[in-house]
Structure formats: C-alpha cells, structure tokens
Design a binder for this molecule. Structure first.
Ligand code: HEM
Length: 397
C-alpha cells in the first residue's frame, strides 16, 4: 500500500460526508448507505465501507479474516493480531480491571471539580477547552506516572499524537508525518527515562506495574511498555474529550434530558452508554482483509482495506428499536462505540467512569445548559472521529 492510499482511507471523508453539515450529523447519510449500499467499494478512497450492524460485527469478530496490522511504523496492541495481541493485552489488562479503575473515581471527581470551579460563577464555559480536553489528559498522565511538573510538556506531546493535517495536500500530510515521528521519538525517550527511574524505585503507577507484570514467565519489553504508554495517549485522550463534549451536546440539543437525569441519577451511567451509541467519538474502524471474503453479496479481495462504520451500525434499526432516539436508560445497549471483539476498547472502564463523573458533576452544578446562541459548530476534521472543535455553553449556576 503506498502513502497516498493510506492517507485517503484515513483522512478523507467519504464523498457523501464531505459537507460540514453532514459531518456535524452524518446519520442520514449512514441510513441511506445501510439501505442502498451496505457493503460498497469506494474508488476514490480505495477501500470498502461497511454500514450494517451485522456486517460490521462480522468484520470485527473475525481477526483471522480482517487484520488490524496496517503497516504502521508504531506497532502497538491496537495494530497487532493474535497470538501476539493476546499476549500484550493480557499483560496490560491487570492495570485496567473495572475494580482498579473504579478506585480512581475520587481523584477524577477532584480533577473535574478543580477544572469547573473557575467557571461556575460566570455561567459560561468552553466545554472542549476548559473541561473535556484537560480532564482525560490529566487522568492519563497521573495513571501512567508522569510527574505534575511535566504536565504541560506532556499535553503538547499528547496533542501532536492525535493532530490532523493542516489541509488535504500531500505536502501537509508528509509534514504531519515528520512532526509525528519526531514527537514519537521525544515521547519514547521521555517514557524510557521515567521507566529507568521506576525500575530502581517503583511507585504506585502504571509504568511500575507494567515493569513488574508477568504471565507464564513472559514480561513486556522496554519498547513494548513505552509503546503502550504512547498508545494510551493516542487512544484515550481525544476519544474521551469527544465523549464528554458529545454528551453535553446531546444535553443541550435535548434539554428535557437534563431534568430527567437529575431526577434519575441512576440513569447517568446508561446515558453515557447511550451517548456512545448515539454520538460515538469513533465512528469508523479500519481493517485489512487477509483472505478473499464474501460479504453482503460483494467480494472483498485479500489485501483490501475495509472500513467498518460503527457510527452507522449504532443506528441500525435491525438492532436498535427507535435507533434515532436518545433513550437514556436503553437496555440492552450493544452499541459498538468501543468496538467489538478482541480489540474491544481496553480503556472502556476508564472512559465510562470519566463520563459518569463529569455528567454527574455538570448536572449537579449547572441548570439549563445551552449552546451559546449563533455558535457555528465546526466538526473535527477526521474521517474516523465524531466531535466538534468547540462547544461553548451558558448555564444557570
Ligand atoms: C481500542 C474507542 C477511551 C485505550 C479502542 C477501539 C475503539 C475505542 C473503537 C477499538 C479499535 C479497533 O478495533 O481497532 C474508545 C472510545 C473512548 C476510548 C470511544 C472514549 C470514550 C479509551 C481510553 C483508553 C483507551 C480512556 C486508555 C486509557 C484503548 C486501547 C485500545 C482501544 C489500548 C486497543 C485495544 C486492543 O487493541 O486490544 N478504543 N476508546 N481507550 N482503546 Fe479505546
């Protein structure tokens, strides 16, 4: 696969989603695709697009047919297949059990309170900038074991990890790749350094835990530990930012939910889950076909790129009754916002916890949350991410 092919599948939206309005709300387009071309090849982007729940699930649950390996320079758990994938995942899993994560609740609450405090009396907040961006970065930094004195530098590195190209040109794309490679090197040596310190003097943090982790005599290599820490920044920060912002956007768009959730706080966790279905931070997941596969009456050839539109699967009426309604206590809710199968989001317990704490906190301090009138929303420029660049709201304290 050449650079250009890679670039198009990852960065260029499908033609029907090019308009800003469709990026802000792609769901009608998804409906049309599920109806008319549920499995289709896009000549422009050189990849297959899969839109129905059942087909998306089929792709994600068959890693033997659909590989996660995408010729990436930065090899990680996300881009490995079995058996290597299982070995990596089992080793780091110990740090991400629901119980280990739940223990972080009081600290996440504190971080949320601190970030909100300066804004509460003003009745206005830039949701993305003031809360949804810093919160997950601080949480992950503390989890990994980044000293607070390095927090600013750490945030800059995190931002570059998930940055998109300035524009669609090949030059901008190449420039971004160079910047990311340099960033990756800087982050690697930074984490290597912390790792050396923890090897001598372990602390109560993820790096120390990963250094000690062992299954059947197998340990993670230094390179794998560092690679995993970098993966967490890329996989956990922008996604959680968008979960928080998308949840607030739903509250502002459907204001009756605010009172409903305040009266039924037990619904907040299921409302977070419904946010992941209704406005998922990740709408598409890439794979590469390893064999020739028949799907939806089409023949996918070995080597073809396959994009699974979980954002569309999540609105499939065949799976979800009233799929276009936000139902805060929807049960069951087998959305694919965290993916499906062996690569199912490792950070799901953490993302769910952050979502719950933030919603509880917002609803207990803010009444009548509204988008600042006449704010033109700007979609995040990525084919795979669903979110807005900023979401300023007013509220009654
Ligand atoms: C994997 C979504 C938060 C770490 C995934 C996948 C999705 C996803 C869709 C599957 C990708 C694939 O199949 O190729 C999300 C969303 C989040 C979120 C929507 C926030 C709302 C986090 C957080 C962390 C994290 C907070 C870590 C702190 C990971 C890792 C993987 C992953 C390590 C790879 C798992 C594997 O390959 O086995 N995530 N994620 N994610 N996520 Fe998340």
């Amino acid at each position: 696969m050449n650079q250009a092919t890679k670039k198009y599948a990852n960065y260029i939206p499908i033609r029907e989603l090019a308009a800003i309005e469709s990026q802000l709300s792609p769901f009608n387009v998804y409906d049309e695709m599920r109806e008319q071309t549920p499995v289709r090849y896009d000549e422009n982007r050189k990849c297959w697009d899969i839109f129905r729940y059942e087909d998306v699930q089929y792709v994600l649950k068959n890693p033997k047919l659909f590989s996660s390996q995408r010729n990436r320079a930065n090899e990680s758990m996300l881009t490995t297949d079995p058996p290597k994938h299982k070995q990596l995942r089992d080793l780091v899993n110990q740090a991400f059990t629901p119980r280990a994560i739940e223990a972080l609740a009081p600290r996440i609450q504190e971080i949320a309170d601190d970030l909100l405090a300066p804004h509460l009396a003003t009745g206005q907040i830039q949701m993305v900038h003031d809360l949804a961006t810093p919160l997950p970065v601080i949480v992950i930094a503390e989890l990994i074991g980044v000293p607070s004195s390095d927090r600013e530098r750490f945030k800059e590195w995190s931002d570059i990890q998930v940055k998109g190209a300035k524009n669609d040109s090949d030059e901008a794309f190449q420039e971004l790749m160079v910047e990311k490679a340099k960033n990756h090197e800087e982050l690697s040596s930074y984490f290597m350094n912390i790792m050396e310190q923890r090897r001598v003097l372990p602390e109560d943090d993820l790096i120390s835990l990963l250094l000690a982790a062992e299954i059947d005599g197998q340990k993670l290599t230094d390179k794998e530990i560092v690679g995993f820490c970098i993966l967490l920044l890329a996989a956990g920060n922008e996604t959680t930012t968008n979960l928080i912002t998308n949840a607030v956007r739903i509250l502002a768009e459907q204001p009756q939910l605010q009172q409903q959730l305040r009266e039924h706080p037990e619904m907040i966790q299921t409302a977070v889950e419904e946010t992941l279905r209704y406005y998922p931070p990740i709408v598409a997941i890439g794979r590469v076909a390893k064999e020739t596969v028949e799907l939806g009456g089409q023949t996918i050839q070995a080597g073809d790129q396959v994009i699974s539109w979980v954002g569309s699967a999540n609105r499939d009426e065949q799976k979800f009754a009233n799929a276009d309604s936000f139902i805060p206590d929807r049960k069951p809710n087998q959305h694919m916002g965290f993916g499906f199968g062996i690569h199912f989001c490792l950070g799901a317990p953490l993302a769910r916890l952050e979502g719950r704490v933030v919603l509880q906190t917002l609803l207990s301090h803010m009444d009548q949350i509204q988008l600042v009138p006449n704010t033109p929303l700007q979609p995040i420029q990525s084919a795979f991410v669903f979110g807005v660049k900023e979401y300023p709201v007013t509220f009654t304290p």
